[in-house]
Design a protein around this ligand. Sequence first.
Ligand SMILES: [Zn+2]
Length: 262
Amino acid sequence: MPELPDVETFKHYLDATSLHQRITGVEVHDAYVLKGVSARELARRVKGHRFESSRRHGKHLFVRADRDLWLRLHFGMTGSLRYFKHEEQAPRHTRVLFVFANAHSLAFEDQRKFGEIGLIEDVNEFLEKRALGPDALDITLSQFREILGKHRGAVKTILLNQKLIAGIGNIYADEILFRARIHPATQVSTLKEKAVTKLLRATRNILEKAIEAKADMDRMPKSWLLPHRGKGGKCPRCGRELKSATIGGRTAWFCAHCQKRI
Ligand SMILES: [Zn+2]
């Protein structure tokens, strides 16, 4: 499921391939992913424009097509982007296709169709309306302290709450907690100041490294939880078998030895 590092990677990909070219066509293969806009309206409003820049917040990607016109992309569970020249290179689960004047196309593909495409006029207004928290990479220590101090519950549940901190999903929440050596079920109220600082440092470190690896699972360090998570997986630090538990409705993987419960 695309989380902050994946969406940042999509942003880099879009920036490197699809900016500043006139959009000559918009083909909607499956209108299910369109939110608040019809296929006809999307085509009418975007055609003739160019994607000028992009901006990411949490798991959302916004692509500017005009002064007051932004394409809004959310990748759901299986969404991604593909830029190509020849029709036979089009991904199988293409839902929406943007065709450029240079005869290349950008496909929004999404097998399971939990992704979303919309048009908005103002990004900040959208973020406010959705009540999204600050982006996990932009958050300051004092903001982070305040969020953790104001809320109750398991630390993992707090990390996953997009309204508190935007961008972290199940996989990277586990990775961050493994790095900070904090058990995912730890109540935030019991975290000492030092642990909070450590947790934010781990958040930045993991997200930045994952972006460097282009969110490619095969390129993640072997010292991470990611290559080992799953049944029978061993902790890369102590070699003991990893454990799983349902926390906040999601499956958490962790090492009960390295991540002591407070
Ligand atoms: Zn361990």
